[in-house]
Design a protein around this ligand. Structure first.
Ligand SMILES: Nc1ncnc2c1ncn2[C@@H]1O[C@H](COP(=O)(O)OP(=O)(O)OP(=O)(O)O)[C@@H](O)[C@H]1O
Length: 289
């Protein structure tokens, strides 16, 4: 097991950010941590990477203490926000990272993998936002790590830059690497992870294949002008905006058929996709606020 959280909790002051979370990260697996803002994803990563200690439970990295430098040397990390020394060239930054490791990846290979070959001689400050992000992710791979932990690797990147970065991550996976990443995008964890763990309010809500998670968070909103909420099967949550009632469901076709058959009076029916945040709330409470 490359990393493990055993009933791990973390509080900040009186506030619980992580609440008795169990997570196994076996060698060779790619895991996507998905969850709304404030779910505890970054906090969990900070425990696994040894930046913070749990206030309850235990966390192991390579079977030992995440703060032990011997374990951390086998780890590659890209935090959510990072700075680059703007005046240094890309190749200088890459070599600086490589020098911390005994058997680093050749600089050319690393740049090639993340689509940065043409930028090797440029100063970091002159790169586009996407290239800077790709470089900070690439640096996590400099030491041929056994486990790579990435916090929202592609947030803010355009579609092309995101795909290029995904290609780099796929290459690592194909060589047997172990990946733990957070994301706000279901599409991203589907593309990169074989397993998805959904966190919400500091707890694990769901843990399964991307397809299984997708079917649970694929929620539609059937909304209408009506007086009350109909009592029908398949409604996983509801809310109200003035006279408009929004019914959340995993099967909008069936809900509409049942609604009409029930004779419940309504006007101005609309069907819309929902945000992932809605889906998480439906998963958490069965009834979004
Ligand atoms: N250093 C800190 N001091 C106080 N509270 C904190 C600290 N770090 C995190 N928190 C709180 O812990 C909770 C979990 O935050 P965390 O950053 O782990 O969530 P997240 O899932 O990574 O969110 P996001 O997707 O926005 O990055 C939040 O309520 C946050 O406000």
């Amino acid at each position: 097991m490359h990393a493990r959280a055993i009933s791990a909790s973390r509080a900040f002051g009186g506030r619980t950010a992580l609440d008795a979370v169990d997570l196994d990260v076996p060698a060779g697996q790619s895991i996507g941590l998905l969850g709304p803002n404030g779910a505890g994803k970054t906090t969990l990563l900070s425990l696994i990477t040894g930046l913070r200690r749990p206030t309850g439970g235990r966390v192991e990295l390579f079977g030992g203490d995440p703060r032990d430098p011997r374990n951390r040397l086998r780890l590659g990390v890209t935090p959510q926000r990072t700075g680059l020394p703007e005046a240094l060239r890309v190749s200088e930054i890459v070599n600086f990272a490589r020098r911390h490791h005994r058997n680093p990846m050749p600089a050319g290979e690393l740049l090639e993998r993340f689509g940065l070959t043409g930028a090797a001689r440029r100063q970091a400050g002159s790169l586009s936002g996407g290239q800077q992000r790709s470089l900070t992710v690439a640096l996590a791979f400099a030491g041929r790590p056994d486990l790579v932990v990435l916090d929202e690797p592609t947030t803010g990147l355009d579609v092309d830059a995101r795909r290029r970065l995904w290609d780099g991550l796929h290459a690592y996976r194909e060589q047997g690497g172990t990946l733990l990443l957070t994301s706000h995008y279901l599409e991203e964890v589907e593309a990169l992870a074989g397993r998805v763990v959904v966190l919400s309010r500091g707890r694990v809500l769901a843990d399964g294949s991307p397809a299984a998670i997708k079917s649970r968070v694929d929620v539609r909103a059937v909304s209408m002008l009506a007086d009350g909420v109909p009592d029908l099967p398949g409604i996983v949550g509801h809310d109200r905006d003035g006279d408009r009632i929004r019914l959340l469901t995993n099967d909008s076709d069936r809900l509409v058929r049942d609604l009409i058959a029930s004779g419940h009076p309504f006007r101005d029916l609309r069907i819309a996709t929902t945000s992932l945040e809605d889906a998480f709330r439906a998963l958490t409470t069965g009834s979004p606020a």
